[in-house]
Structures are given as C-alpha cells and as structure tokens.
Design a protein around this ligand. Sequence first.
Ligand SMILES: Cc1ncc(COP(=O)(O)O)c(C=O)c1O
Length: 361
Amino acid sequence: MFTSNHGGNIREAAALAGVNPETLIDFSANINPLGMPATLKRALRENLELAQRYPDPDYVALHQALAKHHQVPQRWLMAGNGETELIFQLLAHLAPRHALLLTPGFAEYRRALSRVGCRISDYPLTEADGWQPDDRLVAALTADLDCLILCTPNNPTGLMPDRRLMQAIVSRCAELGITLVVDEAFIDFMPNAAGCTGWLAENPHLWVLRSLTKFYAIPGLRLGYVINSDEQRVAALRAGREPWTINAFAALAGEIVLNDEAYQQATFQWLETERPFLLQALNALPEITVWQGEANYLFFRYDGDKDLQRGLLAQRILIRSCANYPGLDKRYFRVAVKSRADNEALITAFTDISRDTNRGA
Ligand SMILES: Cc1ncc(COP(=O)(O)O)c(C=O)c1O
C-alpha cells in the first residue's frame, strides 16, 4: 500500500486515508511515547542562538558525553546525524566485498552495502525457529565473508539473540577476519541487556551502532553514534566525513539526555507495564500470533482475511506492514508499544475488524 520503505510516514498514510496527519495514531514508528525529555526541551528553548554559529566540527563535548556514558575513550566514538547516516558512512568506509545479512532485518544495511558494490548473502531466520538465530549461524560464517551485520534486538521481530551465541559469533568473526557490525538501535529499551559494548576492547573487528532517536523521542532532531576500539580506524572514519552533519541542537541533545535518569526510569516503568498489556491483548485476538519481543515494539502474524493495515487506517491508526521485508509477506506486521490510551485504541480497532471477520465467515 505504501511506497515508503519504513514506518513513520504519516504524511503518506494520511493522504491515503484522506485525513489530517495530526489525527493519526502512529504505531508504525517505534518512538518513545513519553516524548522528548523535558530537560532537553528546556535546553533547546534556552539555546536557540546556537543556530547562529557553526557547531564544533569535532563535536568534542558530545563525544565526551557519549564516552562517559559508555566508559570508553572518546577516540573510540563517532557521532552522526542519526544512526542511519553512520550505517552508510561506516559501510562505505569498510567497503566489504561479501556481507551476510539476516532476514528479516532493517532495510538500510542492504542499501548501504549495495551502494559500495558489496555482494550480499542472506541468512534466513524462520518462523519455525522462532525467528531466532542459533549455532547454525556460527557454522554459516566462512572465510569468503568479510562482513556480518546483526541487529540486537532485531527489527522487526524485537527478539534478542542468545548471549552465548553472540559471544560465539564475535569469536568466530575474529578467527575468520570478518568485520562484525552490531546495530543496537533499540537496546536502551532493555535495561538489563548488556549488549556488545563490553566486548569492544578485546575485539577491534567489532563495530557497535547506536541510535538516540527512539529512546529519547528525537527522530526529527537525529542523533546516533558508532563505537569501535581501533582508534586509528575510528580516526580514519572521522577524517573521511563531511563537516557539521550533526546540527547544534542534536549535539546539545546528546550532551543532555544521557544524564536524564528520571526520564530513563520513567521509560522503563512505562514499558514494563505497557508491553505486557499490549502483548496479552493482541494474543487474545483469535487471528493474531505475537512474538515475545523485548524492545518497544511487537511483531505479529495476522491470519484473518481483512486488509488489516487499511482497515486500521480507516480508524486513523497506522501500523507497519512487514510485507516489504525480505523473508516476510503481507501477513506480518509490527506495532510500537505506546501509551495505555493509544494501545487500547489499537485493540478496540482490532476487535472491530476481527468481529467483522467472524461475521463474514
Ligand atoms: C534497526 C534500526 N537501526 C537504525 C535505525 C535508524 O535510526 P536513526 O533514527 O538513529 O537514524 C532504525 C530506524 O528505524 C532502525 O530500526
């Protein structure tokens, strides 16, 4: 139905539904419904004059804040105008010849690899395996590969691979000289997940990508970063970039949000309540099979006979069809976990559509 590759295109959805974009409830982009932290809003208002001068081309204060947060040297880090910019910059810099991608997965890895003429092999995750990789992925790592990209938790499934498996993958990639890129765009929503950053020091072949746009609800401001322990490599990456791609307000955001513990705790509390609520409510619908995602979104299969996305859009609710993910089809969808009121609106709309389905049958 959509031409857009991603969720969050409320302009296109609203035009299709013939409604004002402001009246749509957007479940298609996975953004923290608490909205941007109040501390950041205040700082932005108080620092509007930053627009009148160039940002620091080295973004020293921003890199210091990120380095402090991760307890790593700032020379290991490079911030970017959203993580997406860094996916493209990093893969252009690494210029791999043959990469392995897991399907289904985030679309931009494939676009960025294609741009540098990289051969891409797919490793299919399957429903039969619960959409999770296992030891067969380690066995599939062979010397003819020079890049593996993983997303943890994965988009669109929200599932986190087993930690022991991740460790085995990191080691196997080191043995075979495969660069491992791990996208942790959503890991901040998992307060107990260790992620891969603790392995960076011992593993210079490991690159970790992070986004601040989802957790801190600033997708319009844009901010992400990449971390790697090979300082020369990071210096080369930094040297090759265009100047000032991060605007002054996004840079300021990075200096502020990571210190906002109250916001972080409020987010964890919201998600701890709302994800199980939405999961259970979706599970209770007869045509829906939901996977137990660990991020701020849920992935499900719909076995009813309605055009679910269009039906919900008629009720001003936008969800993400996963039909355009390699390895999936039009039965699969992803929804963000939102506020209780919005989650209830989604379930009510679903129930209406489902009731119609049963009446029609
Ligand atoms: C898995 C994944 N990585 C990275 C990004 C990009 O994030 P950013 O807004 O920081 O560019 C997204 C955005 O949807 C995503 O889903």
